[in-house]
Design a protein around this ligand. Structure first.
Ligand code: F6P
Length: 320
C-alpha cells in the first residue's frame, strides 16, 4: 500500500473534517501518500483529485462541513460510471480509498471493492445516526446539540406567548435525533417515524393537558412524517392556543463539531488507515460499546438493523 485517497459523500456532517484530518495525518505517519477527492463520487468521476500534505488539513478540526466538498451522485449506481472511477483512481496510482458518508456512500464503496478489487473502507458520517454497525455516527452529537439549543430558544418564546411550538427535526427514518432532543429539551410530545402517527390522538392529548392547566407545549417531530405547518393549523383550530411550526432544516447540518464528534472522527479516521494497512477491504468502521469495530459493508447495510430506542421514547413520555 503506497497511495490512498479520501472523499466525503452524501449529506455533510460536522466532524467530517476531523475524520479527513485523521486519515491524512495517520497515513502520512505510516509513510503513505494521500490524495483528496473533491465533491464525493462526482469529483472522482470528473477527476477532481489533489495530493494532500499535513498542512492541507491544518486548522480544520474545529470546522463544520467538509473542506473536500460533498455531493449526492446517483449516476454512481451505473456500473460503467464506477468502472471509469476505478480507472481514474488507478491512473493516479491510488491503491485504496476511504469513504466518509452515509449508507448510499457505503454501497458505492463496497461495489468499487467487489467489482474492481479496489480496497475501500467506509466511515459513518451523517447527522441521522441511522447507520447499522455503529452506536454513533460522526456528526450526530453536534446536530443534537444544535437541535436542543433551538428547542431551548423556542421554549422561551412559546412560554411567553402561551403557544404550542412544533419543531421538525432531521433524521430521515431514524428517531434518534428527535427522541434525544425531546428528552434534553424537556419536550411534551415526540413524534417519530418508528411509531404510527395519529393526529387525532396527539390533539386529544394536548387538549387534555391544556384543560389540566398547561399553558404552552413543545412538540418535536421527525421530518417526512407530516406537513408541520398544516399540523400547526389543525392543533390551533382545536385547542385554541396559537401554534407555530419551525423546521430546523439544514441549520442542523452545520456548525463546529462538538468534542465528542471530533474525538470519534479522529479515532475512526486513524482506524481506517490501520485497517487498510492490514489488508482489509469492503469494511465499514463503527463504535460499539466504546470499542472501535469493523463490519462487512453489505452485511451491515442489509442484515444489521439499528434498534429503535423505545426506552428513550418512554423516558421522554414519562418526564413531560
Ligand atoms: O442524511 C442527512 C440529511 O440531513 C437528512 O437528515 C435529510 O433528510 C437529508 O440529509 C437532506 O438532504 P439534502 O441536504 O440533500 O437536502
Amino acid at each position: 500500500l503506497k497511495k490512498i485517497a479520501v472523499l466525503t459523500s452524501g449529506g455533510d456532517a460536522p466532524g467530517m473534517n476531523a475524520a479527513i484530518r485523521a486519515v491524512v495525518r495517520s497515513a502520512l505517519a505510516e509513510g503513505l501518500e494521500v490524495y483528496g477527492i473533491y465533491d464525493g463520487y462526482l469529483g472522482l468521476y470528473t477527476n477532481k483529485i489533489e495530493k494532500l500534505n499535513r498542512y492541507s488539513v491544518s486548522d480544520i478540526i474545529t470546522k463544520g462541513g467538509t473542506f473536500l466538498g460533498s455531493a449526492r451522485f446517483p449516476a454512481f449506481k451505473k456500473p460503467e460510471v464506477r468502472a471509469k472511477c476505478a480507472e481514474i483512481l488507478r491512473s493516479h496510482g491510488i491503491d485504496a480509498l476511504v469513504v466518509i458518508g452515509g449508507d448510499g456512500s457505503y454501497t458505492g464503496a463496497k461495489l468499487l471493492t467487489e467489482e474492481h478489487g479496489f480496497p475501500c473502507i467506509g466511515l459513518p458520517g451523517t447527522i441521522d445516526n441511522d447507520i447499522p454497525g455503529t452506536d454513533y455516527t460522526i456528526g450526530y452529537q453536534t446536530a443534537l446539540e444544535t437541535a436542543v439549543d433551538a428547542i431551548d430558544r423556542l421554549r422561551d418564546t412559546s412560554s411567553s406567548h402561551h403557544r404550542i411550538s412544533i419543531v421538525e427535526i432531521m433524521g430521515r427514518h431514524c428517531s434518534d435525533l428527535t427522541v434525544s432532543a425531546a428528552i434534553a429539551g424537556g419536550c411534551e410530545y415526540a413524534i417519530v417515524p418508528e411509531v404510527n402517527f395519529s393526529k387525532e390522538e396527539l390533539i386529544q392529548q394536548i387538549e387534555r393537558s391544556f384543560q389540566d392547566g398547561k399553558h404552552h407545549a413543545l412538540i418535536v417531530i421527525t421530518e417526512l412524517i407530516t406537513d408541520v405547518h398544516q399540523l400547526a393549523k389543525d392543533i390551533e383550530a382545536r385547542v385554541g392556543n396559537e401554534t407555530r411550526a419551525t423546521v430546523l432544516g439544514h441549520v442542523q447540518r452545520g456548525g463546529s463539531p462538538c468534542a465528542f464528534d471530533r474525538i470519534l472522527a479522529s479515532r475512526m479516521g486513524a482506524y481506517a488507515v490501520e485497517l487498510l494497512l492490514k489488508g482489509e477491504k469492503g469494511r465499514c468502521v463503527g463504535i460499539q460499546r466504546e470499542e472501535l469495530v469493523h463490519h462487512d459493508i453489505i452485511e451491515a447495510i442489509d442484515k444489521m438493523r439499528r434498534p429503535f430506542k423505545a426506552e428513550l421514547l418512554e423516558v421522554s413520555k414519562k418526564l413531560f
